[in-house]
Design a protein around this ligand. Structure first.
Ligand code: MG
Length: 177
């Protein structure tokens, strides 16, 4: 595999693991302010990011590339409000999308059609990730100053966490507890 393409993939591999950390930090934050539905949902998100990372990990191996496992950056661990955390989650997904697009650009430069085709799955996935994060952000903003609304939204997030956990289980071929 081309050196720059491999570098891009390794960077993306690290970013997916870092994303899992970002969402675990958010899960902990929401648990600390007794919004367990959000906490559960971000925990499922973290699991999903690990699945993304493993997809890249496997791909690098299939292409006989050298995996470069590097240090995972420290995540932000606290926020001033649920809206601030939700905003960060949305911005983070936009950053991930841009990073994937960048790796595709590199793959195109080097006519690496395999990597480009492999990364298409992530491009499509990111459309959903961004839309989902944005909808959650808008909902959090909607109820920001309304504890009753936040209580209801947290219950909604708990339900979503269950549905999404089942999906992650199917995607990774594993069983959710
Ligand atoms: Mg991801």
């Amino acid at each position: 595999m081309n050196k720059q393409v491999l570098e891009g993939l390794n960077k993306q591999l690290n970013m997916e693991f870092a994303s899992a950390y970002v969402y675990l930090a958010m899960s902990s934050y929401f648990e600390s302010i007794d919004l367990e539905g959000f906490s559960d949902w971000f925990k499922v998100k973290a699991h999903e990011e690990m699945f993304h990372a493993m997809k890249i990990y496997d791909y690098i191996g299939d292409r006989r590339g050298k995996r470069d496992l590097s240090a995972i950056g420290l995540p932000v661990k606290t926020w001033k409000s649920p809206a601030a955390a939700a905003e960060d989650a949305y911005k983070h997904e936009c950053k991930v999308s841009a990073s994937i697009h960048n790796v595709i650009d590199i793959a195109r430069q080097h006519k690496d059609h395999s990597t480009e085709a492999f990364l298409h799955w992530f491009v499509i996935e990111q459309i959903e990730e961004e839309a989902e994060a944005d909808r959650i952000l808008q909902k959090v903003k909607m109820v920001a100053e309304n504890p009753g609304g936040m209580f209801m939204l947290d219950n909604y997030m708990a339900e979503r966490a269950k549905v999404d956990a089942a999906k992650v289980g199917t995607e990774s071929g594993g069983e959710e507890e």
